[in-house]
Design a protein around this ligand. Structure first.
Ligand code: NAD
Length: 502
């Protein structure tokens, strides 16, 4: 079966209780290939009855999952990872067709799912609590790490499988059930991906399709126990507010406006390649894309010339061909991004290269990789996420100025610096206000290290031990194994000599 036939088979499907089935929804959304503008199919705005059913199924499956041993859960998760690995070409093609990224980037993304699920599987069985020094002689005091119950993972489109794997890997390893609500742009890819989770108890991993209404209903549902969200700030705020009201655990991963500082000691050939990649990978649609470049005046012009050379060499086109950059995900996103660019030009930015749509395409939501010079901190682009392939460059005269401007932001997701000066490198790691700092290593992740933002970029962490702990409840236990001692030091009756002396 070709991927297009598979997508056709999955039209209006949801995954409930281990079975893919057509939703009863009357409302559907079109899914469009962003490179060809051809309709791929329709997804359902899942009904509230179906969501209620999914939540009930999830609770029953979670009880079976938690009843297994830690070793059994881990082995089943490794089996899921093996299956994902075997599905690599199918998943990568589906992702490219649905959201536009080059096939190589999509295939890499599948590999990251495999390694992160393997990592979570092991963390899940390594520690399930902590024994502490007892408060009373002979007693046993410890914590138990227990699952929260049903975790809802609401996803965006840019890394539809990796981000879902990070969240659901952590949640499953902690003993929870997962209900995935993919982006409306990447639902078919997620439904295919879900086949890999068949070794889990039926209903432990389910997929609900739809847009905002399905997500909102899952968040507000009294029987969902935690929300893991990746997406925009307004949606993250709305989810955070609801979860706060309901005392529901929330992991919120939202926007960034990441700085990229370049100092004179950097190797400019390597830095220009790194900067080009950090700004334009996935058509700039990455939460940790480098979006504000601060380049030291001593190397400013030379750096721009080298980065421009790299940007001009980027091959644009359908992600299924030999290209480096695909289209933006949707017409709506391209229109929004073009508005951001137009505004930067009005505010005084100068186009060094790009700035428009590539002339050779009469269909598809393509844009050129764009470098802007003469930029400054007061521009909107330096205060809000661009989420498109643009690299605005601001000239700086010192390391201190670079750090100060980098930190002058409401966001704090990632931050980059290129330098070979040890002192600058160490000071940057200490002073940059961000969840992740990359010194000469832009945009890298490590399953064993935490990923997440500070300030308005979100709260909580994915990956690392923190990414499992995010989905655990801590229960404190105190035991007197003998049960023979009276605890006279604080029980009734209180001693007279301990009463108020007057
Ligand atoms: P979005 O907020 O529009 O949608 C994200 C998801 O939320 C979708 O599945 C959508 O259907 C759902 N949704 C919409 N309204 C909802 C509601 N009221 N209640 C519950 N769910 C609702 O965001 P988007 O345009 O898909 O994502 C782009 C954003 O994602 C960018 O800002 C990017 O920076 C961010 N992002 C962040 C990270 C990170 O780890 N920090 C990673 C990738 C992307």
């Amino acid at each position: 079966m070709t991927i297009l036939e598979e997508i056709n088979r999955l039209d209006s499907n949801i995954l409930l209780g281990g079975q893919a089935r057509k939703s009863k929804a009357t409302e559907v959304l079109d899914v469009i290939d962003p490179a060809t503008e051809q309709k791929l199919g329709e997804i359902a705005e899942t009904t509230t009855d179906e969501i209620d059913e999914a939540v009930e199924i999830a609770h029953a499956a979670q009880k079976k999952w938690w009843a297994l041993s830690g070793l059994e859960r881990s082995e089943i998760m490794h089996d899921v990872a093996n299956r994902i690995h075997a599905m690599r070409p199918r998943l990568a093609e589906a992702m490219t067709r649905e959201m536009g990224k080059p096939y190589k980037e999509a295939a890499d993304e599948v590999d990251w799912c495999v390694s992160s699920i393997r990592y979570s599987a092991e963390v899940g069985r390594s520690d399930t609590g902590r024994v502490m020094g007892n408060a009373i002689e002979g007693h046993l005091n410890y914590t138990l790490k227990e699952p929260l119950g049903v975790v809802v993972s609401i996803q965006t489109f840019n890394y539809p499988l990796t981000l879902l794997s990070w969240q659901s890997g952590g949640a499953l390893a902690a003993g929870n059930a997962v209900i995935a609500k993919p982006s409306e742009h990447t639902t078919f890819t997620t439904l295919i991906f879900a086949e890999a989770f068949e070794p889990l108890p039926a209903g432990l991993f389910q997929v609900i399709s739809g847009a905002g209404p399905a997500g909102k209903y899952l968040v507000e549902h009294p029987d969902t126990n935690a929300i893991a969200f990746t997406g925009s700030v307004p949606t993250g705020q709305a989810i955070g507010a609801t979860c706060g009201h309901m005392m529901k655990r929330a992991l919120i991963e939202v926007s960034g406006n990441d700085p990229f500082i370049i100092m004179p000691s950097a190797d400019l050939d390597i830095t220009a390649r790194a900067a080009t990649f950090a700004a334009f990978m996935n058509c700039g649609q990455i939460c940790v894309s480098a979006e504000r470049f601060y380049v030291h005046e001593d190397i400013h012009d030379e750096f721009i010339a080298k980065m421009t050379e790299n940007a001009k060499a980027i091959r644009i086109g359908n992600g299924l061909e030999k290209v480096d950059m695909g289209p933006m995900v949707s017409q709506k996103e391209r229109t929004r991004y073009e508005g951001v660019l137009e505004n930067a030009l009005k505010q005084g930015a100068n186009v060094v290269t790009g700035g428009g749509r590539p002339a050779e395409f009469n269909q598809g939501w393509f844009v050129e990789p764009t470098i802007l010079s003469e930029c400054n901190q007061s521009m909107d682009m330096f205060n809000n996420e661009s989420f498109g392939p643009v690299a605005p460059i601001c000239r700086i005269s010192s390391f201190e100025e670079g750090i100060e401007l980098a930190n002058d932001s409401k966001y704090g997701l990632g931050a980059n610096i290129y330098t070979r000066d040890l002192k600058e490198a160490v000071r940057a790691t200490e002073q940059l206000q961000a969840g992740m700092v990359w010194v000469n290593a832009p945009l890298l992740d490590n399953d064993a290290g935490p990923f997440g933002g500070s300030k308005m970029s979100g709260s909580g962490r994915q990956l690392g031990p923190e990414g499992v702990e995010a989905f655990q409840e801590t229960k404190f236990v105190m035991i007197d194994p003998d049960c023979t001692d009276t605890q006279d030091f604080w029980w009734f009756p209180y001693k007279d000599d301990e009463s108020f002396k007057g």
